[in-house]
Design a protein around this ligand. Structure first.
Ligand SMILES: *Cc1c(COP(=O)(O)O)cnc(C)c1O
Length: 467
């Protein structure tokens, strides 16, 4: 493809993206294709190139039918993955520059813009100064996902618990980790990858609000110590995936500190709500954490992928992850004058993801995200009132933010059937979960395009289908 073709095709693609956004509401929320249906539209082997025109037509023919439309106003499933125009443009620039940001020296702008954005986000989210790049021992980095942040945290904690002896001979077999059954699956996955294993993940009991019981954590740690094991990592979740339950971070941190256990706070979904100062209570106790992660790629409109990962102990993080081959040695790094983010993550290579934050904060600022979050929280409270007025339904968990967990009193089969029937209309998409044995319909209000009327229509649909 030559420059003049790129120009023409690029303009058409921008138009196509705008058109997709303007018509997404008319598409079914959930893709209705059967397994293999999309693959069957593609030739089995690559064949000869057939040009941009044919490709362009296939976006609508092959791709769009196979999309579940996360930007649809009736998208109430899983969690949001909002995308916005400034972030999309920044993605284009990142691809257009085609630079690698693994070290400061491989493109200083990638590192320095990222460091500034991580510090800006501390201001905007009201996070502790111990996470700043200018602090004595802390700092932040953009990870691809909350799952990578969790793994990175586990690796840093493992290094600290084994006093840096993480070579193949060191004994990590006695390390034990802690989280509730409500913690994200990436906790167990991370522990498996780090060689700790599922057997050494203790499930800390939760209370009636699905939040961790710090007394139960202390008991489990004591029992493990008595058995000669080494408690090393606890994950507190601020906004669980199941129900947005909020672990009591301060009380958990007090137990963790007393025991010398690393505390990671997974606030992937809910942490972004602290863009609104009145929701900063979500940060209660976070200043006692060793690491923290939240996802602008969910509720803020920063196109996937963008996780903010902060630590107050970069020595352990760098201890766990720095390896310096000869071909990456530079004078600036050796003098300690620069950050090499390759030492803060699992992969070596890295994209210019900080542009997404910079573009968004420079063009739109945070006011649109704040207004959206406030609307979503208010509408969830309104929805809860409607649900409370209908005896057929009940609410199964606290709902201070934007997720309502509801069920039919008729039982699990009825709730599951309601979810299927609602989703089959193509106008909405709900996902199910299980909370302490009960099947739950998660009504997650998080898409940027959702309006109050969509919430009302979604609830009216559930009422109609339930009768
Ligand atoms: C969404 C979510 C995750 C996983 O996020 P990814 O960025 O997709 O890895 C982890 N933890 C919580 C609490 C989440 O809400």
């Amino acid at each position: 493809m030559q420059a003049d073709e790129f120009r023409a095709h690029g303009h058409r693609l921008i138009e196509w993206i705008i058109d997709y956004h303007s018509r997404v509401e008319s598409l079914p929320v959930e893709s209705t294709v059967a397994p293999g249906e999309i693959a069957a539209l593609l030739p089995e082997h690559p064949g000869e190139p057939d040009g941009f025109e044919a490709l362009f037509a296939d976006l609508d023919r092959v791709v769009v039918p196979g999309l579940t439309n996360w930007q649809h106003p009736g998208f109430f499933a899983w969690f949001p993955a909002n995308t916005t125009y400034p972030a999309i443009l920044a993605e284009l620039v990142s691809a257009g520059l085609g630079v690698q940001g693994m070290s400061w020296a491989t493109s200083p702008a990638v590192t320095e813009v990222e460091t500034r954005m991580m510090d800006w986000m501390i201001d905007l989210l009201g996070l502790p100064d111990a996470f700043r790049s200018t602090s004595e021992a802390g700092g932040g980095v953009i990870q691809g996902s909350a799952s990578e942040a969790t793994l990175t945290s586990i690796l840093a904690a493992r290094w600290r618990a084994t006093e840096g002896a993480v070579n193949i001979d060191s004994d990590t077999t006695r390390l034990v980790a802690y989280a509730t059954s409500q913690a994200h699956s990436s906790v167990e996955k991370g522990l498996r990858i780090a060689g700790i294993g599922t057997d050494h993940l203790r499930v800390v009991p939760h209370d009636e609000n699905f939040a961790m019981r710090p007394d139960a954590l202390a008991d489990l740690i004591a029992a493990d110590r008595a058995a000669g094991l080494v408690p090393f990592w606890v994950c507190a979740t601020v906004g669980t995936t199941n129900s947005l339950a909020i672990d009591p971070v301060r009380a958990v941190a007090e137990v963790a500190r007393a025991e010398g256990v690393w505390l990671h706070v997974d606030a992937a979904m809910a942490g972004i709500a602290t863009l609104c100062p009145e929701l900063r209570w979500l940060n209660e106790g976070v200043e006692l954490a060793d690491s923290y992660g939240t996802n602008p790629h969910k509720w803020m409109g920063i196109t996937f992928d963008c996780n903010l990962f902060y630590t107050a102990d970069r020595i352990s993080l760098l201890g766990a992850l720095s390896i310096l081959p000869e071909y990456l040695r530079t004078a600036a790094a050796e003098a300690g004058a620069v950050i090499d983010y390759r030492d803060w993550q699992v992969p070596l290579g890295r994209r210019f993801r900080a542009l997404k934050l910079w573009f968004t904060l420079r063009t739109d600022g945070v006011a649109p995200a704040q207004a959206m979050i406030r609307d979503h929280v208010a509408w969830t409270q309104q929805l809860a009132e409607w649900v409370a007025d209908d005896d057929r339904f009940e609410v199964l968990a606290p709902h201070p933010l934007n997720l309502l967990c509801l069920a039919l009193r008729d039982g699990d089969e009825a709730t599951a059937a309601l979810i299927s029937a609602a989703n089959a209309t193509g106008q909405v998409l709900f996902t199910r979960t299980v909370l302490d044995g009960r099947v739950v319909l998660r009504f997650s209000i998080g898409a940027r395009t959702t309006r109050m009327a969509d919430v009302r229509d979604g609830w009216a649909l559930l009422q109609r289908l339930a009768s």
